[in-house]
Design a protein around this ligand. Sequence first.
Ligand code: NAD
Ligand code: ZN
Length: 370
Amino acid sequence: MTGSIEQLRVELGERAYDILIGRGLIGDAGAHIMPLMRRKQAVVVTDEIVAQALVEPLQQSLDAAGIAHHTIVLPPGEGTKDLAHFGRLVDEILACNIERGTMLVALGGGVVGDIAGFAAATLLRGIDFVQLPTTLLAQVDSSVGGKTAINTAAGKNLLGAFYQPRLVLADTGALATLPRRELLAGYAEIVKYGLIADRAFFDWLDGEGETVCALEPAAVSRAVLTSCRMKAEIVAGDERETGDARALLNFGHTFGHALEAETGFGDALLHGEAVALGMVLAFDFAVQLGIASGQDATRVRYHIARIGLPSELRAVGLAGKADRLLAHMGKDKKVRDGRITLILPRQIGDAFVMREASSEDLRAFLAGAA
Ligand SMILES: NC(=O)c1ccc[n+]([C@@H]2O[C@H](COP(=O)([O-])OP(=O)(O)OC[C@H]3O[C@@H](n4cnc5c(N)ncnc54)[C@H](O)[C@@H]3O)[C@@H](O)[C@H]2O)c1
Ligand SMILES: [Zn+2]
């Protein structure tokens, strides 16, 4: 049974698609997917943890819609996004006698969405796929925008494609089983949307953030919808990340990437946790450069901390590591001639791309950051 469902269109010409947001969508997935099917055959890709909680209602809905289906269950975790798993995954999908009209159904977080999306992009030079994101991060970020990728020995997301799904079904009811830490990590990306472009949305989150994180249905739905709408608009204007618009989505991410690299890209600091602290650092650095106000920076730090996300370097054992953090930032692809490209805020709700941040300013800032 589905309650109220929000609908959003990602305007990409002939690649346009809908995002539906609401509780119970997985149990109705068959009915939503059926009109898009060119062939009544689906291959579901999921991971072991997600499969336990969510694969049965999906399979039942596919049965009810008369869609033949086969399910492939991957191990959970970032380690699955590698070439070895990708090779086995495409072999197993091909063994299902797929054709171009076969629908690939990605049920899971960003890991499943990224690897299954890349498989869809490349199998038979492209088969249809739909995203059923089951983490908050996947619902507000990775399932929207058409980026698909796997990791290689040289780094994260280095092998991939821009490939849009035919439909995204964000079942907010699925978040009930998500570990709290994963939920909060996804929440950080929601805060990001408010900080880069929508002050009123941040104001609302500042009042209702706890309600969102308690998964109150209307609040979660509004947070996911507002986030997806903003990402969809940015993506529609800049599908392949050639302009500045899509780069704004990297707010907090250049700092965050350095924090993740220094802590080993693992459980010590989740991506969203690193982004949360990265956004606080971006505000503080902007204050130091005289671009943003201390009042806004304090408000952001306080919000991040109150929600339960890291807001201080020392809390994650990274205070006093300016040189190491800067070295990680230097390896980031956004660096040229000692000048670093950073997304910085002018104020809450207004971020811009700064191409010429000096690494010396940054070193001085990080050395003093607590
Ligand atoms: N394509 C993009 O634009 C984009 C954007 C951001 C991130 N990403 C990628 O997304 C990945 C991270 O995604 P993620 O944070 O969703 O991680 P994830 O897919 O690893 O999911 C996190 C954990 O939660 C579990 N899980 C998922 N849904 C659950 C549920 N409903 N209940 C209980 N457990 C559940 C998973 O099994 C996993 O253990 C990274 O690989 C990152 O590179 C891609
Ligand atoms: Zn992110």
